[in-house]
Design a binder for this molecule. Structure first.
Ligand code: ZN
Length: 107
């Protein structure tokens, strides 16, 4: 693990160690200087890294979308629950008003 992190460097801004090659820090989006120097590497190697990062970003996007979907579902559930509470409250209010009206009429 130690060798791996040295190979790929660390973020100059937040200090995160990289266990894979990154163009920008996956934690704070700061461009990775070590990678800039590494652009002298063969084109194929660069493309491999880009491909890896794209795959990683696609995976993150997918999990973000899943999380977003989950929270949207939760919001919808809460809305439904709230709507039920409001409905119940209105029903009780109408019942109370009806009872008062009946009392006024019969007294
Ligand atoms: Zn960082």
């Amino acid at each position: 693990m130690e060798d791996e992190s040295e190979k790929y460097g660390s973020c100059k801004k937040c200090g995160a160690l990289f266990y894979a090659p990154y163009l920008v820090c996956p934690f704070c989006d700061t461009p990775v200087e070590d990678f800039e120097k590494g652009l002298e590497l063969k084109r194929e190697a660069v493309q491999d890294r880009l491909k890896q990062q794209l795959a990683e970003q696609r995976r993150l996007t997918d999990s973000n979308r899943k999380l977003m979907q989950m929270s949207m579902d939760e919001i919808h559930k809460q809305d439904a629950r709230q709507a039920k509470h409001v409905g119940l409250f209105l029903l009780i209010l109408i019942a109370v008003i009806a009872a008062i009206v009946l009392l006024v009429i019969y007294l």
